[in-house]
Design a protein around this ligand. Structure first.
Ligand SMILES: [Zn+2]
Length: 98
């Protein structure tokens, strides 16, 4: 025999011999509608407030495109003399050779 008399779970009606009125912790949590409603509301409020920040809005716009700020960085060619253009003019003659 268990320590406690057999009883029905207050939430799901399963018979059990546990200390409290519930068969499990999850039933105990689910049988508190005002508590979970308050928590859900509080979480929603925080999420809504966060979604209004520029950071969150930028994040939401970037995520579907799967890009980050590094993608906006472009290499700047290090060109000091006309010969430095050689790398960028493959297959073309320079004006001096015309
Ligand atoms: Zn239960």
């Amino acid at each position: 025999m268990g320590k406690y008399r057999e009883k029905e779970c207050k939430f799901c009606k399963v018979t059990h011999r546990k200390k409290g009125p519930y068969c499990s912790q999850s039933c105990a949590n689910r049988d508190r509608p005002e508590y979970s409603a308050n928590v859900a509301n509080a979480m929603r409020k925080v999420a809504i407030e966060y979604n209004r920040t520029p950071e969150a809005i930028a994040q939401q716009k970037l995520l579907p495109l799967n890009i980050n700020s590094d993608d906006f960085a472009i290499a700047i060619p290090d060109i000091k003399t006309i010969d430095d253009f050689a790398d960028y003019t493959d297959g073309f003659d320079k004006a001096e050779k015309w």
